[in-house]
Structure formats: C-alpha cells, structure tokens
Design a protein around this ligand. Structure first.
Ligand SMILES: [Fe+2]
Length: 62
C-alpha cells in the first residue's frame, strides 16, 4: 500500500496495470476515455447523429 497526503504524480508517457483497477471516487480526464470498443466521444457522436426514422435529432447534443 502507498499513502500520500496530496497526490502521486507519474511523469511518464504511459501507466499500465496488469490487472483491474477500481476507484472509490471520481475519475477525470483532460483527454479521451475509451474501452475495448471506442472512445466515449465516438459514443457521443453516434448518439448525436441518431434519429428514429426521420424524427428530430437529439437535443441537447452530448
Ligand atoms: Fe433515441
């Protein structure tokens, strides 16, 4: 176990874990978040473009 009062900062291009990661609070990213399928932005793009056979596009956009 590692404990720090404020934070750990890793100055490296990639942090990789061999097994699962679980957090008990929020996750924030300045860049993209993706799973095995696609980035979340791609999901938003899909959602924003969909309709139901000619109905209005979603509003507000995600
Ligand atoms: Fe819909």
């Amino acid at each position: 176990m590692f404990k720090a009062k404020n934070k750990f900062r890793f100055e490296t291009p990639l942090v990789e874990m061999s097994e699962n990661m679980k957090v008990t609070k929020d996750i924030k990213a300045d860049g993209e978040i993706a799973d095995h399928k696609r980035p979340m932005q791609a999901d938003r793009n899909l959602y924003n473009q969909h309709d139901h056979g000619g109905s209005a596009k979603p509003s507000p956009l995600q």
